[in-house]
Design a protein around this ligand. Structure first.
Ligand SMILES: Nc1ncnc2c1ncn2[C@@H]1O[C@H](COP(=O)(O)OP(=O)(O)OP(=O)(O)O)[C@@H](O)[C@H]1O
Ligand SMILES: [Mg+2]
Length: 233
């Protein structure tokens, strides 16, 4: 049994008189501590799958398990708890609070999690020890993304879910962010899932899940993940 299991997971959205099968009998497994890349074109169902895994949305049918917990059986209170304690999210456009400093953004995570890490130490870890008192508008895109990773990491989550984390960044800054994510995966044995439409990022992963039209097209185990500096942008 894998750490994460999707078993015949479907997510339907109503679209006028018909339905969109955003996830269509999706099945896969991800092992603990893996860096998994979910790859697919726009509309393939990547965000749908990530939101189901992170408990931000409910499946129409099928079963999702993380460790010994069945996410698809959770009630609303259990889902809130799961999102709050077990899952760290990183979004394409950072989603930082603009009226709070970088450090205060990270401290928000500390306030909702009893076993949170020290926010100052986490900021240092993402290389922003000297920018803690800046507001998001005073930081570059890559720095803002590193704050959002620090915020997710501060929760000390079992799962780090990243939806197009380099989508808004140039390749150089994107490399710094990917370097950070691969290091977190390696050093903390955090299970990291990265969504991308960019095939050149895929070989970073131990596991690559290709989605197309809401379906799993292919799952590849990659015995020799490349290093970030080897990405051919
Ligand atoms: N809340 C929703 N209501 C209706 N349809 C939706 C909703 N969310 C997603 N869809 C549809 O489900 C399909 C999959 O969407 P999803 O956002 O998962 O794709 P994606 O692979 O993340 O694409 P992108 O790379 O553009 O972010 C698309 O056809 C989309 O229009
Ligand atoms: Mg998406």
């Amino acid at each position: 049994m894998s750490y994460i299991t999707f078993d015949q997971v479907c997510k339907d959205y109503p679209a006028g008189d018909s339905v969109v099968h955003a996830a269509d009998h999706v099945s896969f497994g991800i092992e603990k501590g893996e860096l998994c890349v979910i790859l697919g074109h726009s509309g393939a169902g990547k965000t749908t799958v990530l939101n189901l895994l992170g408990g931000m949305d409910r499946a129409t049918s099928g079963r999702i398990a993380v460790g010994d917990r069945i996410v698809t059986d959770m009630n609303d209170r259990q889902l809130t708890e799961y999102r709050r304690l077990d899952v760290g999210f990183v979004f394409q456009f950072y989603n930082l609070m603009h009226n709070l400093t970088a450090l205060e953004n990270v401290e928000l995570a500390q306030q909702v999690c009893p076993n949170a890490l020290n926010p100052v130490q986490v900021m240092e870890q993402v290389g922003l020890g000297d920018r803690m008192n800046n507001f998001p508008a005073q930081l570059s895109g890559g720095e803002q993304q590193r704050v959002s990773i620090a915020r997710a990491l501060c929760k000390n989550p079992a799962l780090l879910l990243c939806d197009e984390p380099t989508g808004a960044l140039d390749s150089k800054t994107g490399e710094q962010v990917l370097e950070l994510l691969t290091r977190l995966c390696r050093d903390y044995s955090t299970t990291v899932v990265i969504i991308t439409h960019n095939a050149s990022i895929a070989p970073l992963g131990n596991r690559i899940i290709r989605l197309k039209n809401g379906m799993v097209q292919e799952v590849t185990i990659n015995e020799h993940p490349i290093r970030v500096e080897e990405i051919q942008w």
